[in-house]
Design a protein around this ligand. Structure first.
Ligand code: ADP
Ligand code: MG
Length: 142
């Protein structure tokens, strides 16, 4: 499935709809360059789960956890991860194989520990179509 958005609110809205439908155990990989809208998507997703507190990229903490929604949300930003041992120190397995939903920014850095079944959301710019245009591909992988 490919969705085109023309402003941040539309990417937020896609996230919100996916958050409303999210299921326990789901792992969503958010692929795309810096500033493409991964966190905007996550903020919508969090709202769709019923989370009210502000959501930002946990770049320095790697993991941010939200418990107040319909399901627990584990928001990873693994941009600064050195190797997967750091993920073990964080206790990622309890998140990946728990009862919540995981959203992972920069998932290609931890490919070797991703479960087989994941949802990929790839966001890309196309400057020919405008500064705020985004092409978003949503794909189930198993
Ligand atoms: P990332 O987490 O991928 O590094 P952010 O979500 O933090 O990126 O930032 C995306 C930036 O791009 C925000 O400033 C947002 O307002 C802007 N933006 C412009 N157009 C869009 C769009 N169509 N979808 C999402 N974000 C957009
Ligand atoms: Mg981000």
């Amino acid at each position: 499935m490919v969705i085109e958005t023309w402003k941040p609110q539309e990417t937020f809205e896609l996230g919100r709809r996916m958050g409303e439908r999210a299921q326990a155990g789901q792992i969503i990989c958010l692929e795309g360059d810096l500033g493409v809208g991964k966190t905007v998507f996550t903020q919508g997703f969090a709202e769709g789960l019923g989370i009210r507190e502000p959501v930002n990229s946990p770049t320095f903490t790697i993991l941010q956890q939200y418990e107040e929604g319909r399901l627990p949300l584990y928001h990873f930003d693994v941009y600064r991860i050195g190797d997967v041992e750091e993920m073990e120190e964080i206790g990622y397995e309890d998140c990946f194989y728990g009862e919540g939903v995981c959203l992972i920014e920069w998932p290609s850095r931890i490919l070797e520990i991703l479960p087989d079944r994941t949802t990929w959301v790839e966001i890309a710019k196309d400057l020919e179509k405008g500064f705020d245009y985004r092409r978003i591909r949503v794909e189930e992988r198993a």
